[in-house]
Design a binder for this molecule. Structure first.
Ligand code: AMO
Length: 437
């Protein structure tokens, strides 16, 4: 086996083009395929930017290169120094004629699924060997899109004057009533993994006014579905001196901006995934909870007022509502304790969910900003206000009116990459059955 030695990359595969004809280059990558035609051998090398052809004519290359060819097998990691030669037959219109080949790693076993073929084993088998599965072009495209989406979200919020923050992930109380907690031993005390940054982001608006956080949330989900994980990434925003209608506008703007950026910067990746994205029209459609109940009733689905809406029910509306839309003004009893009831109609709260078809992407709303109202609400929900003292005491010092939302980055990625299973858009997903790799 060779060592890296002095060899360093000068070009990526997509830079091997006729414009650099006759240039000496060094490339690195994995051997995707080896084809022999008499005295000619074609190596197709794959790096993070794509494919490049290396053509070896046994009479025209040094003896050492011919000798090295015998060592190489598919999926070997190699480094190649050589000259670029224009040819219409190669990807990007140019190939490399090598002067030196370094074989850096030879696989002891080949991936149990053919990396470069279409027929794949099921996702669980692929996740068992995720690091190798990620060498396929499709996951690479998905994670490039995720990178661009994250960059876009950050740049949009920063441009609008929001401050990026990080709140603790080891916490002392629940924040989202409905979702179960992961308990852990924190020295000699019971603690939990954060279900959301909810209470901290609210506290922060009293000082920083406009904040956002991109970080993990932990939910001990009771059922195993295609869109729930035990650890997901949430994009949270919280802002002072606004209400839920204002942050709904911010949410649709960040989603629209992100989609436009992905469309602009990830053309190849979207085409590889065969995804036809379009920038959604603003404003997004918006329905009250009552209006959705009426639409469901038109489909002969009766929902008792006050109940949450099940995916199975919302699926009936998917034909009418296939894109992004809001469901707002939910029954107060169906939403988290920190949401603000309407002044003139306390049975309804200033809240919303952003949907894409039957997939919930986000929820948010205006928050209770008076301590006593929050204490009452905690008691109503059988939470012990004493456990929330660290949060409630902040309200003693005054709290501005505020609103915010949290959206599931992985859920948005399901839409951007047209994936049915959330596990496809997370590098190392966690669920009830999976703690490794
Ligand atoms: P909620 O609990 O609705 O609201 O979560 C917000 C968004 O996070 C995503 N999400 C998940 N994604 C994958 N797997 C999960 N188990 C999971 N759970 C939630 C969804 C969901 O819409 N604090 C509030 C937000 C707020 O009001 O600011 C909250 O956590 O996309």
């Amino acid at each position: 086996m060779d060592t890296l030695g002095y060899l360093r990359r000068t070009h990526y595969s997509n830079e091997i083009v006729p414009a650099v004809d006759a240039t000496d280059v060094v490339i690195f990558g994995i051997v995707a395929s080896i084809r022999e035609h008499g005295k000619l051998t074609f190596l197709i090398l794959e790096d993070t930017k794509g494919l490049v052809q290396v053509t070896i004519h046994k009479n025209n290359v040094p003896e050492s290169v011919v000798a090295k060819l015998k060592e190489i097998q598919e999926q070997s990691f190699v480094g190649i120094r050589g000259k670029v030669k224009s040819t219409e037959k190669a990807p990007h219109g140019a190939e490399i004629v090598p002067d030196e080949i370094k074989v850096l790693s030879i696989p002891h076993c080949l991936a149990p699924f053919k990396l470069y073929k279409q027929r794949l084993p099921n996702i669980e088998k692929r996740l068992d060997l995720r690091a190798i599965d990620l060498r396929r072009p499709q996951p690479k495209a998905i994670f490039k899109i995720k990178h661009v989406a994250l960059q876009s979200i950050r740049s949009f919020f920063s441009g609008q004057g929001y401050l990026e923050v990080e709140t603790p992930k080891i916490i002392s109380t629940a924040t989202e009533g409905g979702a179960a907690l992961f308990p852990l031993l924190y020295y000699n005390k019971e603690a939990f993994l954060a279900q959301s940054p909810q209470l901290y982001k609210e506290q922060l608006v009293g000082a920083l006014e406009k904040v956002f956080e991109i970080g993990p949330i932990f939910r001990a989900e009771r059922s195993r579905t295609m869109k729930h994980l035990s650890e997901a990434t949430s994009v949270d925003l919280e802002e002072a001196y606004v209400n839920y209608e204002d942050v709904m506008k911010t949410l649709e703007r960040v989603i629209t901006f992100t989609i436009a950026e992905v469309l602009d910067k990830c053309k190849d990746e979207l085409s590889l995934l065969k995804v036809k994205l379009k920038v959604p029209q603003m404003p997004f459609k918006s329905y009250t909870y009552d209006e959705i109940l009426k639409l469901l009733s038109d489909e002969a689905i009766e929902v008792t007022w006050g109940n949450d809406l099940f995916v199975s029910e919302l699926k009936a509306l998917e034909k009418k509502l296939p894109d992004f839309y809001f469901i707002k003004d939910w029954p107060t009893s169906s939403k988290a304790f920190y949401l603000k009831a309407k002044d003139d109609k306390p049975e309804i709260c200033e809240s919303f969910d952003l949907m894409h078809g039957s997939l919930e992407i986000s929820s948010g709303g205006s928050r209770i900003d008076q301590k006593q109202a929050l204490v009452e609400k905690l008691k109503e929900r059988s939470f012990d206000p004493a456990a929330f003292e660290y949060h409630l005491k902040v309200f003693d010092y005054g709290m501005p009116p505020h609103a915010g939302f949290g959206f599931g980055l992985d859920r948005l990625m399901m839409v951007l990459c047209k994936q049915k299973n959330i596990r496809e858009v997370v590098l190392y997903p966690r669920d009830q059955r999976r703690l490794i790799p």
